[in-house]
Ligand binder design. Structure first.
Ligand code: ADP
Length: 458
């Protein structure tokens, strides 16, 4: 690694369709921003190319200005530059209106829109005289970069570049992912266990030799209980009990819940099959049965699921008005308050490539209760069962986990967590302190990416 650090800076360009906090739908958006910041902090040069959506959150874009305009694909493309979280971003705005549709995903021509964007982005790099070392693309949405580069750009001005492709979720766009696996120089996914779980998949298997699992991190400046304008009292592991109590009170007040010291379970999730909807529902009822409070923040892209949760919310808000709140929207500030105010954060995913929720929860001293799958398996170590496995990673156990995808499975972990709250508060407080002190930042994973970037250039 010492060798890696001494080599001259690389130029890395991400071509992506999500970026936190200006166009964030899920973990992909977080990773683009936080990995880039970590790599930039290690003195490499990073640029990001993103569509200029009309729905971008422009409040977080600094120094936005017109950069240039060029023609490609029969249309004029205006390029804007700006700074987001200290990163240089180029926004492509094709004048055919492909990104003036009020959303990132969800149009019936998403594939065509993003395919156009990928090609336009490579054209921008070529026409702009960029000579990146690495072009990093992500998921099905910027997968076309891998083969468009090899077909149209490798032999021209961009010959120095190597393509790295990261799979954040294999569930969507498998054929595109298979093709990008073939054409990229190196490919990754976002945890070692997910890499193993999908290694036999026909999209992956033929190219397994260039495939690596590198755990995601979280950005400790973006998620920082000592410096977070959405929580009432700043805290570190030194005053975690005081800080979390204040956050719990503020959360209860904001949502109109009974202001009392009860075991509080938080759930922050997209509501899709992947996230274990039936287990989430079961856990809500079990928590209430055991006298706890439960707060769910989530939204469902599928209207039937959204309606189902609206019905559940109505039912819970009438029978458990002082102890249950379902907030069925996307609300970043509220998510911060839940991470800080909850005692436990539940993540019962059916599959989970990495999962950022459990890492953020730990950063705020909330104890994860998670199903043993993908990146959850790599980051949550059970206090009763995983001491050795944790120590293999240089860690102490940090949560509660379970195997099965049924009620008995989730109950096993949830019941132990709630019992610990009732019967072992001091022990639980020391666990909060311990999880806060674990390092889930990009420090280590960013070095793994740098090694991979170097290997791609060999
Ligand atoms: P995925 O990318 O599959 O949705 P991750 O755990 O990788 O899952 O990332 C989810 C991210 O989105 C986390 O940062 C989480 O806090 C955030 N998130 C999910 N749902 C909401 C919501 N309704 N409001 C605010 N933030 C949310």
């Amino acid at each position: 690694l010492g060798g890696v650090m001494k080599e001259p800076p690389m130029h890395i360009v991400h071509i992506a369709v999500e970026m936190a906090p200006i166009a964030k739908i899920g973990g992909l958006g977080d990773v683009v921003t936080s990995l880039s910041r970590a790599v930039q902090d290690m003195n490499h040069n990073v640029d990001i190319i993103l569509p200029k959506y009309d729905c971008l959150n422009f409040d977080h874009v600094k120094d936005l200005k017109f950069h240039k305009s060029y023609f490609w694909g029969g249309t004029e493309i205006k390029v804007w530059s700006g700074k987001v979280e200290g990163l240089s971003v180029y926004f492509l705005e094709p004048q055919n209106g492909l990104f003036w549709v009020g959303c990132v995903y969800g149009r019936n021509n998403d594939g065509e829109r993003f395919g156009f964007f990928c090609h336009a982005a490579l054209e921008f790099l070529l026409q702009g005289g960029f000579h990146p070392d690495i072009i990093h693309c992500h998921d099905w949405s910027s997968a076309p970069v891998a083969w468009l580069f090899k077909d149209h750009y490798r032999h021209y001005g961009l010959s120095k570049a190597r393509v790295v492709f990261t799979i954040h979720n294999l569930e969507y766009g498998a054929p595109l992912i298979a093709k990008a696996m073939e054409f990229s120089d190196k490919a990754t996914t976002v945890s070692p266990t997910y890499a193993r779980e999908i290694s036999g998949n026909p999209s992956i298997a033929p190219n397994i030799f260039k495939f690596h699992g590198i755990l995601n991190g979280i950005d400790p400046d973006i998620w920082d209980p000592y410096n977070d304008k959405f929580i009432p009292v700043s805290y570190t592991s030194e005053n975690v009990v005081e800080g979390k109590n204040a956050a719990k009170g503020a959360l209860q007040q904001r949502l109109g819940l009974r202001r009392d010291d009860l075991p509080l379970i938080g759930i922050i999730s997209r509501l899709t099959h992947q996230k274990g909807i039936h287990l989430i529902k079961h856990a809500i009822w079990r928590t209430l049965e055991r006298g706890g409070q439960v707060i769910l923040l989530g939204s469902a892209p599928d209207h039937r699921i959204q309606n189902d949760f609206i019905n559940l919310a109505n039912q819970l808000h009438s029978s458990y008005n002082d102890r249950a709140r379902l907030c069925l929207s996307y609300d970043e500030p509220l998510s911060h308050l839940i991470y800080a105010g909850a005692d436990f954060v539940l993540i019962p995913s059916i599959f989970e490539p990495c999962g950022l929720t459990q890492l953020t929860a730990m950063r705020y001293g909330s104890i994860p209760i998670a199903r043993k799958t993908g990146g959850l398996y790599d980051t949550v170590f059970d206090v009763d069962h995983d001491k050795e496995r944790a120590q293999g990673h240089g860690l102490e156990p940090n949560g509660f986990n379970f195997d099965g995808a049924d009620a008995a499975g989730v109950d096993y972990a949830l019941n132990r967590a709630i019992s610990a709250w009732y019967d072992g508060r001091e022990w639980l407080n020391s666990l909060c302190k311990r999880v806060m002190e674990q390092d889930w930042s990009w420090n280590r994973p960013a070095l793994s990416y740098l090694e991979l970037y170097h290997a791609a250039r060999k």
